[in-house]
Design a protein around this ligand. Structure first.
Ligand code: T3D
Length: 254
């Protein structure tokens, strides 16, 4: 259900239920949570790419899995909390590589990632309100932070279908690349991140996450604290040395 491939510091996680546009089952979500908590934290992993097999990224919760059953608070939390928190707390970049559909909780997972690259054929819909549900899997946290309250409400309440360019204009995705060169563009970005100062990326994630609920004074203090940590990394030494020697840095992620 979840395919894993590690190459040159890039861990690629592929949602692999193409017959249902990679709809999320309890088992798939459990595998994903485990992958973010275990495999992705290994020191040799320097970036994670999350993608979908077949013709789309992810169609959200598998609507057939709980047919006829009531949604339970506990079951819902158990299914989604581990994955969304796993992405947020992973101290390395996570890239969502989106082609075809990203809907419902599939879109939520993409929004929880640090960067979103969309193929020109990608399309996006919150989808929840069409089946009488509210956004979940972290969408209520990420969506208004990315697009502002008014747009978040519109996207959540009306569930329009957005094309890749529309999504980029709204700030939902970082970049749109031609569908024909999607795999190469994602690989290029992943390589760039995999050769970067991994520990620094982790600290950037920590700082930006903290800023969501901090005052300026608190952030100034937290930045100083994290900068002390960044200043002790080998990659900082290497970056400064490379600057002196007028050459590109060779970061080792340490
Ligand atoms: O239980 C809880 O805890 C609640 C949690 C909720 C979280 C959520 O994510 S709620 C939102 C769930 N997702 C949706 O409502 C989206 C449903 N799907 C769609 O709207 C469309 O399929 C798409 C817009 C994603 C793609 O449209 P299209 O036309 O490209 O594909 P399609 O023909 O609709 O789908 C292809 C197949 O995938 C089809 O199966 P079939 O008929 O060929 O056997 C379709 O039924 C299946 N599929 C698509 N989405 C889901 C799905 N099967 C199960 N669950 C799905 N979410």
């Amino acid at each position: 259900m979840l395919l894993r491939e590690l190459q040159d510091g890039i861990l690629t996680l592929t949602l692999n239920r193409p017959e249902a546009i990679n709809a999320l089952t309890t088992e798939l979500l459990r595998e994903l949570a485990r992958a973010f908590a275990k495999e992705a934290t290994a020191p040799e992993v320097r970036v994670v790419v999350l993608r979908g097999a077949g013709r789309g990224f992810c169609s959200g919760q598998d609507l057939r899995e709980f047919e006829g059953q009531r949604i339970s608070y506990k079951g819902h939390l158990r299914n989604y909390q581990g994955v969304v928190e796993g992405i947020a707390s992973l101290e390395k970049p996570v890239v969502a590589a989106i082609h075809g559909a990203a809907a419902g909780a599939g879109l939520s997972l993409a929004l929880a990632c640090d960067l979103r690259v969309a193929a020109s054929d990608a399309f996006f819909t919150t989808g929840f309100s069409r089946i009488g549900l509210i956004p979940d899997a972290g969408m209520n946290y990420y969506l208004p932070r990315l697009v502002g309250y008014a747009r978040a409400f519109e996207l959540a309440a009306l569930s329009p279908r957005l094309g890749a360019e529309e999504a980029r204009a709204l700030g939902l995705v970082n970049r749109v690349v031609p569908a024909e060169s999607f795999a190469e563009e994602v690989a290029r970005l992943a390589q760039e991140l995999a050769q970067g100062p991994t520990k620094t990326y982790g600290l950037i994630k920590r700082a930006l996450r903290r800023s969501a609920s901090a005052t300026l004074e608190e952030m100034l203090e937290y930045e100083a604290l994290l900068q002390e940590v960044a200043g002790r990394t080998e990659d900082h030494q290497e970056g400064v040395q490379a600057f002196y020697e007028k050459r590109p840095p060779r970061f080792q992620g340490r």
